[in-house]
Design a protein around this ligand. Structure first.
Ligand SMILES: [Zn+2]
Ligand SMILES: [Zn+2]
Length: 279
């Protein structure tokens, strides 16, 4: 009898779990998104960053990464490209970024060519459908810079090659949330257009300052894009950056935007557009 009840419970719970979108913070600007149908998108996968629990105590963060279908890169800086090449080789994930960045990643650091030359290469203002139509990715503007580190540059070559324009992404998931990842952008007033165009359920905002938005402006960005829930990233990874989310949280308190600080490794689950649990 107990077993029957358990089976009945599982039958009720399993389809529900399959309908969830799961967003995991891997530290710094790195997030993985698992769609209701099980597709995995990685954004800015610097998974060896010191905050990722899968990279602590000598652990190889690649070992715990079993699956990735797409790698989205906001720009070419090393703290965003991270282990994209190794992940692509391991998982066969398809690259989503601008064409100049894609070309130089192939040429300079060995990103697998056939995964970097698909119709998922895109430009700011564009939208693409991926994952058999389950996900739409829009590339948005960012005010920042973008370059690709060339480990083999000789004495007469610049160490940093062109990385195209930096970007942000809006990821629209069928039966799931619409997620905005800012990349490393500064605040810009046209973020209001992003908020007018897309119904952002979750905004992942860089608050580290120094190279990008200071926490106060990141809170303003959350308002401009009309986020329902704001989650900070790109902070406390290194000295010289914003070390806590306190100012960001305090600024958001003055608004009607919900705030949640994820712990590295934490997973936020959505059913439809509603957060169902944080664990
Ligand atoms: Zn950057
Ligand atoms: Zn960065």
């Amino acid at each position: 009898m107990k077993r029957l009840i358990l089976l009945a419970l599982l039958a009720v719970m399993l389809p529900a779990a399959a309908q969830e979108t799961k967003i995991q913070w891997l530290g710094h600007a790195a997030f993985s998104i698992t769609t209701p149908k099980g597709k995995v998108l990685l954004i800015d996968p610097w998974i060896s960053n010191p905050k990722n629990p899968d990279a602590k105590d000598g652990k190889d963060p690649l070992a715990s990464l079993a699956k990735a279908d797409y790698i989205l890169l906001t720009h070419g800086h090393r703290d965003h490209v991270g282990e994209a090449v190794e992940i692509a080789k391991k998982t066969k994930a398809v690259l989503i970024c601008n064409p100049e960045l894609a070309g130089n990643l192939v040429k300079l650091i060995g990103f697998p060519k056939e995964q970097a030359e698909t119709d998922a290469i895109m430009g700011i203002g564009g939208e693409i459908e991926i994952a058999d139509g389950e996900v739409t990715v829009a590339m948005t503007s960012a005010v920042h810079s973008s370059s690709v580190f060339n480990p083999n540059a000789d004495a007469n070559e610049p160490e940093r090659a062109y990385g195209g324009n930096p970007a942000g992404f809006v990821v629209i998931i069928k039966n799931g949330p619409t997620i905005y990842h800012t990349g490393d952008t500064a605040y810009f007033k046209d973020m209001e257009t992003i908020g007018e165009t897309y119904a952002i359920d979750l905004a992942l905002l860089n608050i580290g300052g120094h190279y990008g938005m200071e926490p106060k402006m990141a809170a303003r960005a959350a308002q401009s894009v009309r986020a329902k829930l704001a989650v900070p990233h790109h902070f406390a990874t290194a000295p010289g950056m914003t070390q806590t989310s306190d100012v960001f949280a305090a600024e958001l308190k003055k608004t009607n935007i919900a705030f949640h600080e994820m712990k590295p490794g934490e997973i936020l689950a959505f059913r439809g557009k509603q957060v169902v649990k944080a664990k």
